[in-house]
Design a binder for this molecule. Structure first.
Ligand code: F6R
Length: 608
């Protein structure tokens, strides 16, 4: 979840390292640090908190040197202070690390017993200590790396710099991603291709168990026994993406407003709107041949999968097993090769989702991946890749990736329904017509509701707890609404199936806990309104998110009613996602939290 970067360059690298860190800050922002070698001396600057603190430090005390490594941290072991910030130095060895060294306490005790003096509380420092010990014993750097790699256990992407060899960087991958960038007379390493995009678009992805040695002239890659391996070089598209906020205050706001455009882009990959048919070649899985789908993902991506479950089961009569990846991977569920497995991940790097994928692969299932980052590990390890084409999502709270995941899952479910003979050609046409209308409706809804959401957020910000309710596909949406609100405003929120209210949560209802009810005028509407009655009868305050037909049909008093246009049930989840995103966004802005980089979170979760 940390971001790491390294350059063996021709001239001073510190500024470029920080530029790359800025593109990696989504991976963590508890502290940052940079180290270089210059005239036989290794030096570093580190700072607690956001990257600008490190930039200020470097402004006051610049770092010369043409070889360097840098790090932006999401703390696992040790509080986020300067002492625990990377790079870690021990006797001429500098290390940055993304991941967790699982046997660090055992190694730490062993090294301490031999007299090692630890400066930090981090797991990473054992790597630097081990390497320094081997170098003191006279082992050459490359052999010391291999020896260290065979001692440490866990998940890691590591970059190492040795004071005695200023023209070389060494790297290793076991879990979290790591990419080599090929320049002209200089070489780069980074957690992803976007970090390296200003320097090069020629990328080699390391795979698990790779150890790389970089000099200005190129990279040599080995396995952990020291045998050479060859990895393909490819041209990355990352440079094409502009990563700025445009006229928006936050990336999250920009990404919310980008949704009509990116959804339209995503849909045209899966739907041929000229003939009104799903593009079968884009669906990759033979849905007719499979007995069911096993779906796994985390957080918002899991909630998109849950909406997908409703669609696959209803429109394609395809049974779906779905679980959060951290449970799925350990559940030891019986799987059959007649099933296909689907993994949903914006980053394509989430550790638990990747582990679930590998579990399904071992069980002989065909693997599909709904991902945003096409070059990610999850995409690379899948048989069929379904890109969501949302473009880079920088705000930590997922917005456009969620609705693009939904658009892709809806297209796949329709494709599956057609392939399985459940959806007729006429029904397919009608459904695709609804999908085609979606970008236009989204754009008008964003315009329509913005002032009301901003005003309502002022009221919402006064509360400590909020309950979200929904039925059918609005149930996962209720959970997504609660997740969005809690992660960026820090208001406690829960999402419940409306029918579950009376089985427990109703005990919480009073005037101090607003209940946000998501209820389009669909086949569940009457039932959800009955649940609203139960809330109203107990003095609960209701924020009612509905459509024109729903607003006309309900006479219950509410704290606010947000009225969206009437839309088909198929596209309602994407349209109703907009008010819940905007409500969370404006509440957070009003409360003055760090919307794009909320506390304790990171965008890419590459540890368990
Ligand atoms: C919440 C959010 C997270 C991610 C989750 C999975 O707004 O963004 O819950 O959805 O960490 O990440 P990916 O999709 O990258 O696997």
């Amino acid at each position: 979840m940390c971001g790491i970067v390294g350059i063996v360059g021709k001239d001073a690298v510190a500024e470029r390292l920080v530029d790359a860190l800025r593109r990696l800050e989504y991976r963590g922002y508890d502290s940052a640090g940079v180290a270089t070698i210059h005239e036989g001396r290794m030096a570093r600057r580190r700072a607690e908190g956001k990257l600008f603190n490190l930039e200020n430090r470097l402004h006051d005390e610049p770092l010369p040197g043409a070889t360097g490594i840098a790090h932006t941290r999401w703390a696992t072991h040790g509080v986020p202070n300067e002492t625990n910030a990377h790079p870690h130095f021990v006797d001429g060895v500098a290390v940055v690390h993304n991941g967790i060294i699982e046997n660090f306490s055992e190694l730490r005790e062993e090294l301490k017993a031999e007299g090692a003096d630890f400066a930090s509380q981090t797991d990473t420092e054992v790597v630097a200590q081990l390497l320094a010990k081997y170098i003191r014993e006279g082992i050459p750097a490359r052999a010391a790396m291999l020896k260290m790699l065979n001692r440490v256990k866990g998940a890691y992407a590591l970059l190492v710099m040795f004071r005695e060899d200023p023209n070389t960087l060494m790297a290793a991958r076991s879990g979290p991603p790591l990419a080599i960038g090929h320049g002209r007379g200089e070489m780069f390493l980074g957690s992803d291709a976007i970090a390296l995009a200003p320097f090069t678009n020629e990328i080699t992805y390391l795979v698990d168990g790779d150890f790389a040695v970089l000099t200005r002239d190129g990279a040599k890659i080995f396995d952990f026994s020291g045998n050479p391996v060859s990895r393909q070089r490819q041209v990355s598209q990352a440079a094409a993406y502009v990563v700025d906020k445009g006229n928006h205050r936050h990336f999250m706001e920009k990404e919310i407003y980008e949704q009509p455009e990116v959804i339209s882009h995503a849909l045209s990959h899966y739907v041929d709107f000229a003939s009104n048919r799903i593009r079968v070649d884009a669906t990759g899985i033979d849905f007719k041949a499979i007995s069911g789908l096993a779906v796994s993902a985390c957080g918002t991506a899991y909630l998109a999968g849950l909406v997908g479950k409703y669609w696959f089961e209803r429109y394609a009569r395809l049974p779906v097993e779905i679980d959060v990846a951290s449970e799925f991977r350990y559940r030891e569920m019986p799987l059959s090769p007649s099933q296909a497995a689907l993994f949903i991940s914006q980053s394509g790097e989430t550790a638990d989702t990747l582990a679930s994928l590998r579990y399904c692969k071992e069980n002989g299932l065909k693997i599909g991946a709904v991902v945003n980052v096409k070059e990610s590990t999850i995409a690379r390890e899948s048989d069929a890749v379904f890109p969501i084409l949302a473009g880079p999502e920088i705000g930590v709270a997922s917005t456009k990736a969620f609705t693009c995941q939904l658009a892709v899952l809806a297209s796949l479910a329709i494709g599956a329904g057609c392939a399985r003979g459940i959806i007729s050609a006429d029904e397919e046409k009608a459904m695709l017509k609804h999908l085609a209308e979606m970008p236009r409706i989204m754009a008008s809804v964003l315009n329509l509701i913005q002032p009301q959401m901003e005003a309502l957020s002022r009221d919402l910000s006064k509360y400590k707890d909020v309950l979200y309710l929904g039925r059918g596909t609005s149930f996962p949406l209720a959970m997504e609404g609660a997740l969005k609100l809690k992660e960026i405003s820090y208001i406690h929120a829960e999402g419940y199936a409306a029918g579950e209210l009376k089985h427990g949560p109703i005990a919480l209802i009073d005037e101090n806990m607003p209940v946000i009810v998501i209820a389009p005028h669909d086949r569940f509407f009457e039932k959800t309104v009955s649940n609203m009655q139960e809330v109203a009868a107990r003095g609960g305050r209701i924020i009612f998110i509905t459509d024109e037909a729903g607003a006309a049909a309900s006479t219950l008093p509410t704290m606010a009613t947000i009225t969206l246009p009437n839309v088909d049930e198929l596209i309602a989840p994407m349209i109703f996602a907009l008010p819940i995103q905007l409500l969370a966004y404006h509440t957070a802005v009003f409360m003055g939290t760090d919307v794009d980089q909320p506390r304790n979170l990171a965008k890419s979760v590459t540890v368990e």
